[in-house]
Design a protein around this ligand. Structure first.
Ligand code: UDX
Ligand code: UDX
Length: 484
């Protein structure tokens, strides 16, 4: 453990007011859990996006901008008491003893490092605002995943400005390891909390906040660079497991092995472990790809091209897995999907979230649309608008006549059908493609497919959710990832 960890018997500063900049998938749930466990602290979550803040303040808890199991109950308990959502960055920063930065850090789209490095313009913008408005001593905590040594940049901006007045700052790194869909449980019972920094008093102050509900043994203190690199490394390792198992899934399909039997046998080795070995259409989410690209950029920057290539291949394999699935669907449907209705079940990047960032469904749907397929998309939580945004095309609501689409409905216009229920999506379809492991899809009855699809039909179970599934083998073909 870093030396600071041994000195945690020092007295911490009393925190009365916390500000979090960024009310997204990380900032919102994390602050809700902190507010729940620290009723004596006022927590202000601020965001530039007014609509998002309005949704956080919506009386109807179904309208929260983020769907996370258990989040609504906590919001109900603490919102308006010690948890507040607003767009007032200035006032919230003025009041804060401790500020979390939880804004998004997308991959740069142009300039040096385009396609790999993180775009830090929002981080820099926030830091400049903090340096302008903060008062007295403020602890600034990086919550966003950042390239290693970003804390140095933050420190430079804050300390240059504050030389001329009586403001002082301590910078900490406190990466978030929550996983969407289980965010509340991950925050309530984390495997570990990581705090990186040099200022012992600041570390102890943040440590004491987490220690209100997290077992002290699980709070790890490191130097700031180790903390930043640990987050990238953890995500890279997790993504690597998925690419590894997806690579083997393709081999299983060729050889007659069954991926479930292989993962069961392999995962029983305690050194390997059973978690994160589920093959599927490839990993999505806002973190894995971005963090690996960051790692690749860092390795190239420090002239380690072999290491950069090693990690880059994890992403390449993930892309290949998505492409091979769309190619396979087209091949199985007699080499053409033009004008055919294909039901897409699931659009979020995993179950129990409405998040679609980097979802494998995006690439697979785009490939099928390019080939002229008519997609009928269903997802229990993702909005019609969000799917339109991700695919860059408009949708039509499916109605009775549409749901009887036949193979001859050729048209030049590109759109997809938005389906509020599963039956509308499957009705008259030549193929069903399951892309997210939602519970709703696990118990679908064979009859839904046997009676409603156009024959011969295909079911592509890319998440292997339809366990022991019996369909009429004479008219319906069933493919599942890692088995063929
Ligand atoms: C998180 C992490 O913070 C990021 O590092 C990680 O790699 C991806 O996940 P997340 O909470 O998922 O980000 O992002 P998002 O849901 O996009 O929320 C970020 C919020 O910050 C947005 O609501 C955005 O409006 C807000 N924002 C952004 C600001 O308030 N100010 C800014 O200057 C920039
Ligand atoms: C991830 C990390 O788990 C979390 O610690 C970090 O803070 C943010 O990034 P998240 O992206 O929310 O969390 O979800 P995760 O459960 O890791 O899933 C990522 C992707 O991998 C999803 O598309 C999921 O479907 C896929 N996945 C996961 C698999 O294909 N197989 C698996 O066995 C596990």
């Amino acid at each position: 453990m870093h030396v600071v960890g041994n000195k945690l018997n020092i007295k911490s500063t009393v925190v009365k007011n916390i500000c979090c900049i960024g009310a997204g998938y990380v900032g919102g749930p994390t602050m809700a859990v902190i507010a729940k466990h620290c009723p004596e602290i006022q927590v202000n979550v601020v965001d530039l996006n007014k609509n998002r803040i309005n949704s956080w303040n919506d009386i109807n808890l179904n309208n929260l901008p983020i769907f996370e199991p258990g989040l609504d109950l906590i919001i109900k308990e603490v919102r308006g008491k010690n948890l507040h959502f607003s767009t007032d960055v200035k006032d919230s920063v003025i009041q804060a003893d401790l500020i979390f930065i939880a804004v998004n850090t997308p991959t740069k789209s142009k300039g040096i490092g385009a396609g790999q490095a993180s775009d830090l313009r929002w981080i820099e913008g926030c830091v400049r605002e903090i340096s302008e408005y903060a008062q007295g001593h403020t602890i600034v905590v990086e919550k966003s995943t950042l390239p290693v040594r970003t804390a140095e940049v933050i420190e430079k901006i804050l300390n240059t400005k504050s030389k001329n007045d009586d403001k002082t700052f301590s910078i900490l790194s406190n990466p978030e390891f929550l996983s969407e869909g289980t965010a509340i449980d991950d925050l309530e019972n984390p495997n570990r909390v990581l705090i990186g920094g040099e200022d012992e008093l600041a570390i102890k102050t943040l440590y004491d906040i987490y220690a209100k509900w997290v077992n002290k043994e699980k709070i790890i203190c490191t130097n700031i660079w180790s903390s930043e690199l640990s987050k990238l490394t953890a995500n890279a390792f997790l993504a690597q497991r998925i690419s590894s198992i997806n690579a083997i899934s393709a081999l299983c399909e060729k050889t007659g092995a069954d991926i479930n039997e292989v993962t069961n046998a392999v995962g029983k080795d305690e050194r390997i472990g059973e978690k994160f070995l589920k093959s599927g259409p490839g990993f999505g989410g806002s973190c894995f790809k971005k963090d690996i690209l960051n790692l690749v950029y860092l390795c190239n920057y420090f002239n380690l091209p072999e290491v950069a290539d090693y990690w880059m291949n994890i992403i390449n394999l993930n892309h290949w897995q998505q492409k091979r699935i769309s190619k396979l669907i087209i091949e199985k449907l007699f080499g053409t999907v033009t004008g055919k209705k294909i039901a897409i079940l699931g659009f979020s990047f995993k179950a129990n979230t409405n998040d679609t960032r980097e979802s494998p469904a995006i690439q697979i749907c785009k490939d099928l649309l390019d080939e002229g397929a008519k997609l009928a998309i269903h997802d229990p939580r993702v909005s019609q608008k969000n799917i339109e945004f991700e695919l860059g095309i408009k949708s039509k609501n499916i109605d009775e006549s549409d749901s009887r689409i036949k193979g001859d409905s050729l048209t030049q216009e590109i759109y997809f059908y938005w389906c509020e229920n599963i039956k509308d999506s499957v009705n008259g379809a030549d193929a069903v493609v399951i892309l997210t492991e939602w519970n709703e899809y696990k118990n679908l009855k064979p009859n839904l497919f046997n009676t409603n699809m156009r024959k011969p039909a295909w079911i592509f179970d890319c998440r292997d959710v339809l366990n022991n599934f019996q369909v009429d083998k004479n008219t319906i073909n069933y493919w599942r990832v890692g088995k063929g």
